[in-house]
Structure formats: C-alpha cells, structure tokens
Design a protein around this ligand. Sequence first.
Ligand code: 9MR
Ligand code: ZN
Length: 553
Amino acid sequence: MDTTYFDNRVPNHTKFDKMIFVNQAGYLPDSEKKAVITVFCKTFQVMNTDGKPCFEGPVSHFGLDKTSGDDIYLADFSAFQTLGTYYIQTDDAHQSLHFSIDSKVYTDVFRATMKAYYFLRCGCALESAYAGPFTHGKCHDKTALLWEDRSVELEVSGGWHDAGDYGRYVTAAACALAHLLYAYKLYPTVFKDFHLHIPESGNGIPDILSECRQELEWILKMQRKDGGVYHKATTQVHAPFVMPEEDTAQMFVFPVCSLDTADFAAVCALASGIYEKYDEAFSKRLLEAAQLSAEWLAKNPEFLGFENPEGCNTGDYSEPTDVDNRFWALAELYAATGMKEYHDALEKASHKVFSKVGLGYHAVGGLGSLAYILCERQVDLKLKKRLENGFLKQAKKLAKVSDSCGYGAAMEESYYIWGSNQVLLKIGMIFAIADMIEKNNNYRKYAERQIHYLLGVNATGYSYVSGTGEFNIQNPHLRPAFADGIEECIPGMVSGGPNRYLMDPDAKLLIPKGTPPMKCFADDMGCYSLNEITIYWNSPAVFLFASLICSKE
Ligand code: 9MR
Ligand code: ZN
C-alpha cells in the first residue's frame, strides 16, 4: 500500500498579467481547447517551455461577454494535439500561464478534490502519513446535548466538517454523498485501484467508498429511534478561526426535520445498494435505517422545516418545501426495495416536484429523477421518459448559454450567487447525465467547458481548486487553513466562487459596486460569501471529473 502523502502543488505565478486565460491543469489531446484573450490581438502561438512556437493561428473576435464585461478574442488550438507543456503568446507578446496537453490532465486534480474529504474528517486526528503537514488533533468528540432538552446527551462524533466552519449538517451531507456515490455508481472503473492515501487504502474497498463511509456512519448517528432525523450537530455559534481540536464549546443536536429525514432515507437507500457487494451487514443497516425514516415520513406528511433558533448562528440550510426531498427518498427506496407502496407514493409526488433536475441541497428533485432513470426494477416508462426529458431539455438550453458566453460557462448572470461554482458544476453534471441518457458524447464538450472555467478559463484567472495550477486560490474561508500557520493552503478545495450579491462585509469592502458577476470574487479568507469551501461544492467536481475521465477510457 502506498501511503505517501499526495501532493503536487505548484507555487502561484506572480507575473500573471491576466490577459490570457487557459485551463491551468491542461487539456486532453482531442478536447476542445480555447484560450480566452482580453486584449486586442490578431494572432497567437502555442509555445513550448523552450520558448519555441509549436502551433499558430489567427484569433477570432467573440465580442462583449456580458457576464464578465470583457471584450473577448478566442484562440482556438483544438487541432494541436502534441503532448507537452506549453503557454499561449499573442502577437504583442502577452503570455498565458502554463498548461499541459496530456491524456492524464485530470488525474491529479480529480484525486485532490476527493482527498479533500479526508482533510475534512471530524472526530479523529489527521496523521502526517496521510495528511502531510496538514495534521490536526482529535476533534469534536465529546457528547452533544439535544437543543430542545438539555438533559439528553447524544454521541454524534465523526463525519466531515461541512465547510469553512466546523458544523455538520444532514441535508448538506446527503447532497455531497449523493454526488460522490452516483459518481461511483455511474463511473465505477475510474475508481478502481485509485488510491487516495487514506488510512483505509488497500483494504479491498474503493477508497471513495471508504471515505463516504465516514460520513454515512455519522449520519446514521443523527437518526432518532422513531426514524426522524436531526438537522445538524453544531456549537451554538461558529468557532473563531482556531484548529478543530481547539473548538471545545458545547456541541448541540438540533431538531428533527422532514427535510433531513427524507434526504437521509434517500441517501441511505442509495448507499445500501452500493455497499452490498463489499459489506452486507452495513448495507442492511443502511436499508433498515432508510425504511425506518420512510415510516416516519409516512406518519408525518406535513412539511417540517428548519429555522435557526434564537441565539444560534451556525448554518441553517432552510428550504421552503420538502416535496422534492420526499420524491428523492421514495425514488431511492423503490429502487432499493421494489416495494409498491413506495412507487405509488413517488408517482403522486412526481407531479408536485419543484425541480426535476435540481441536484443541490436546496433542490434535490434531480437526484430523485436520477434514481428513477437508473432504477433496474419495473418502472412507469412514461414517467421515466418525462424525467429523462427534463435533463435533456435543460442540457439543450444550457448548451446555448455556454455558446453565448465568451468563457464557455453555461452561466446566466443570475447564476452568480453564493456558491456559484456549485451552480456551474451541477450544470456540468446535467450535461454528463444527458449524455448518459442518450448514450453518446454530444454534450461532453459543454461539460468540459465548465471544468475549463473552474480551472482558469474565467474572468478572474483563478484556478478555483486550491493547489491546482499556477494561479490558484490560496486563502479560502476555511478555519484550519488559517489556524494551521502553514503558508500554503490545504490542497483540493473547491472555492464557492464569484457571488454578484457580495453577501459578507469584506466582500462589500473589496469589490466595487457594479462589478460584472463573473468578477465578483476575491481570494480572501474573510469573504465567506465568495471564497468558502463546502463538502457539496467539491462533490459535483468529483462527479464531473469522473465522467470526463470515464468517457475517455
Ligand atoms: O451554501 C449555502 C448557501 O447556499 C447559502 O446562500 C448560504 C447562506 O445561507 O449558506 C451556505 O451554507 C453555509 C452553511 O450555512 C454553513 N456552512 C458553510 C456553508 C457555505 O457557506
Ligand atoms: Zn471536528
């Protein structure tokens, strides 16, 4: 077993003049390759590291891109397929950062975005054999108190820290787990013998499943005896910027909600199918837990949402309705058991679903659609078609948005919200799902463009994954990244990205009013509405990398 700490970070390039934007991880040889240039020019060259031109061509004038406010020229070098390391140079000598052309360009960043979950583990210490310099002591392992009845003590240690904060939230966890488990379910070959250098590596179970089990074991602890599932385990207020083991304030468990109960039932049912092959007892435990929560849902048909109680400022993850959550739960339970009662209920719920393509914690209907589309049992073909068409229609619409953006992002101006990189990556997932449904690669180019954006083809020039590329985010709103005193950032973290609504005081100070949406970003630790990280922003990246790597195998 190779347990060496995995690390391929490159120091940020200080002379980058942000005139030419490339995918800093690089391009697959036969992929679309376009550099975005924001300075007037007529021709460009692809230069190798000896400064020799290897390919050249005229640029095309794209014109004004409204999401970034940039006047854009495109350098298309898709025809150039020779493996190597290069940079782009314009006729007036502006230069891009370096990038590779190689069939393995996604491997390291794919591994890093998955390894990020190990760095977020809670309830245990991180050891240097696996964490390199980014170790921490055992954290958040004391019993928690029930918020509404302080005489009740609960043992809810484990799982992953949610984000820049140390809270653990069930709906967020279910969403991240769903992306990771579906990545495994749809693209299993990519995870075969793919080591993350975690303590479980080499145990005969794919590392991604060992990592997900950490979180599954935690959410199982969040289920009450009657099947209802608690919303979150957090302190009363967010910790200061200290290491996790120094956050010793009392932990609380917050009330049961129908949202959490449904998402829990869904993801446990999904996981039970996936783990069956590796650990029958665990798979059975998951399914029993899912069915117990389904009973609770049936007995409690009313929406029971969540709002932070007075005096608590940790995440609230409120949602306006639980219709989509219940639909997702029923679809996964039907797929796992084939029981008619689940099917009857899901058909009814399918008419009320708010978003049949929603893949995030706030709208999980698309996860229900995915479960039904992939279900190997007898299904209502009309309903299946309707759900498939939902994805296909959306992919068609989003491809047009991508074509209308100079940077190729399928992002309307209104999509640049808190966590816009998740919006972008979920769009990438929709392209991948559309190709899966149609059994072709028609949208692959569009899916890949979202990755190009994430890794540097965007108006800020950042690679939004810490440690990947010559100019990547280094100061995310992530407590240990500050408190560890290490200059370099923990690798593999996906930043939330630009947010036109500048929803924190530092963002308001740093970003001038009227800045175009794609540029509303700062790599600043204080800017929690721009540059935080979360478990459900990394997970769609893992999904998308897996799909892109798989379709080339
Ligand atoms: O990701 C959440 C985003 O959609 C909301 O707009 C935002 C404000 O409510 O909260 C985000 O979630 C945060 C959560 O509440 C606590 N952990 C960190 C999350 C990312 O910022
Ligand atoms: Zn912890």
